[in-house]
Design a protein around this ligand. Structure first.
Ligand code: NAP
Length: 520
């Protein structure tokens, strides 16, 4: 039933120029041909989003929440059709994509609850003190309001959970922002199916059709036009460091600059503390390989760098990892471009003299072969190439001379999404000394687990200092993600008749900070 059209404010548009979607596993062209979005599509989508913005922002929160739940239900109803198309376009296995669909609709439902909860508005009331000397204190009341239309770039590695109706879209819609998505060119059919589900929910909810648009294309110029459109107020992006930096440049160079929330590059260091390694080297070696090869390593939280002290336990760990690698199958990678970037990354590491620990099975030209290397701490510090993300199933084990060298390596690293400590109680003192370094390094610190699992909850941070993200004060996963698309407004001495209802005196269904104290 796919048409290959772009969705511009409720209208499915075909175009003069087309691009092809490919089956990830075989490279075969898939039907139909997809219309290349144009500058006019972008401009019309943004104009419609701006026109719909006041009505969407003013929607009662119960209705906004109901809309998010309806989007979730419509996506769920796509069932196998969605899974099968996503499998073809991404090469990801069925179980993973069914799980990802569950996560996608779960995120939408969590944001629906969050909208109803209302805490995200950050309500504050500071009552006036008219007789304060020497000057009276004014009445000040604050709430957060939606920024305006948001541009979202679909991610290649999460065709559902970080694409058309993924975390960025869900959090922007929850914040009360209309959304224009630039679809990822690797999965335009999947994108069209999800866009159709959102459109059905918009119509059934009686919302303006400009609330959501999807424009597909393969040219950088399309995304550039979207970021530069004066009606766009913020950008959500997951992808390459080069792409994220380019979009940050476009956003900063606008006559009215806007924030870009780009999630880009992370090697997610994992530290094996000595006592834990001593007691569980073999089990850790097998679990490490399982984590780094999950989903052909195409996770932003892939454990790309592992740090341990040299010694007998580390050798046991390395031997266990080498043995586990032997049973890692070759897995289809998302796109030919990602596959060739992975091959180049592996060549670079090998070319810089890293020792190969082992590889997984070799496969077709579409597949990525798992690789694990090892280098000394001194070599790692001398060669910045070892610290760069290689997107795919590869990782480097760094054997350090002592804890001082290990700490110095962590201190010298770029910003990360995650940092992990595997430790036993006997390691806690040494680990405590690392904690301030890890807090400065990463958005999430993990104990005794692997970084590839990302829970969608209230306390999750999927963010981190540059280049993990463009703005380490934010998260793109979990309910706190809504904050990226909000702006605080203070109302000074505004008469009650003009105040938003949530800021009036009296009982409140939402937790508020009144004269400094939190109260409901
Ligand atoms: P990408 O090349 O950054 O593309 C992501 C999206 O951004 C696409 O829609 C792309 O569209 C657009 N884009 C990229 N550069 C742009 C520019 N200069 N101006 C305007 N739009 C731009 O990412 P990808 O295709 O997913 O994969 C490429 C590499 O990204 C991977 O090999 C990997 O290294 C990295 N990656 C990292 C993560 C992570 O989570 N850390 C996730 C996915 C990918 P067009 O190409 O159509 O313009």
């Amino acid at each position: 039933m796919l048409t290959g059209s772009n969705l511009v404010a409720g209208a499915w548009r075909t175009g003069a120029a087309h691009f092809t979607a490919y089956e990830a596993a075989t490279g075969a062209a898939l039907e139909p041909a997809f219309a290349q979005g144009t500058a006019a599509d972008i401009a019309d989508a943004c104009a419609a989003a701006a026109a719909a913005q006041p009505a969407y922002a003013a929607l009662p929160h119960t209705e906004r929440a109901a809309f998010l739940r309806l989007v979730a239900a419509k996506i769920d109803a796509l069932g196998e059709t969605l899974t099968q198309r996503a499998m073809l376009e991404s090469g990801l296995p069925e179980a993973r994509l069914n799980g990802e669909r569950g996560r996608t609709v779960g995120q939408l439902r969590l944001f629906a609850e969050e909208v109803e909860n209302g805490g995200w508005q950050g309500l504050r009331i500071d009552h006036a003190i008219p007789d304060r000397a020497p000057l009276p204190k004014p009445d000040l009341r604050m709430r957060k309001v939606p920024l305006g239309p948001v541009a979202v770039f679909g991610a290649s590695n999460f065709p559902l959970a970080f694409s058309v109706a993924g975390g960025d879209t869900a959090s922007a819609l929850a914040a009360g922002c209309c959304v224009v998505v630039k679809g990822h060119p690797a999965h335009p059919g999947t994108s069209e199916l999800v866009a159709g589900a959102i459109l059905a929910a918009i119509r059934e909810s009686g919302l303006p059709e400009g609330v959501f648009s999807l424009v597909n294309g393969t040219e950088n110029a399309l995304g550039e036009a979207l970021v530069k459109d004066p009606r766009i107020t913020a950008v959500g992006f997951t992808g390459s460091r080069a792409g994220g930096i380019a979009l940050m440049g476009h956003a900063a160079a606008r006559p009215v600059p806007i924030p870009v929330y780009a999630e880009m590059s992370s090697v997610n260091p994992v530290v094996l503390m000595p006592a834990r390694l001593e007691e569980a080297a073999e089990a850790l070696g097998a679990a490490y390989v399982e984590s780094l090869s999950l989903g052909a390593g195409q996770f932003c939280t892939n454990p790309g760098i592992l740090l341990a002290l040299g010694g007998e336990a580390t050798q046991r760990f390395i031997a266990a990892a080498a043995a586990a690698l032997e049973s890692v199958p070759a897995q289809t990678m998302l796109t030919a471009g990602i596959r060739s970037a992975y091959a180049k990354g592996i060549e670079t590491i090998a070319g810089q003299g890293a020792t190969l620990v082992g590889t997984g099975a070799d496969g077709s030209a579409a597949c990525g072969r798992a690789h694990v290397f090892t280098v000394s701490g001194a070599d790692f510090r001398a060669n910045p190439a070892f610290g760069h993300e290689v997107f795919g199933p590869s990782s480097i084990i760094v054997t350090c001379a002592d804890m001082d060298e290990l700490a110095a390596i962590l201190e010298g690293m770029e910003g990360q999404l995650t940092a992990t400590l595997h430790m036993a109680p006997a390691d806690y003192n040494a680990a405590r000394a690392l904690m301030p370094i890890l807090e400065g390094l990463a958005g999430r610190i993990i104990a005794n687990a692997w970084p590839t699992g990302v829970e969608v909850t209230h306390a999750m941070v999927h963010g981190g200092p540059f280049p993990a993200t463009s703005d380490g004060r934010s998260t793109s996963v979990g309910t706190l993600a809504i904050d990226r698309f909000l702006r605080p407004v203070s109302y000074q001495d505004i008469p009650a008749a003009l105040l938003p209802k949530v800021l009036l005196d009296g009982p409140s269904a939402v937790l508020r900070r009144v004269d400094g104290a939190y109260e409901a």
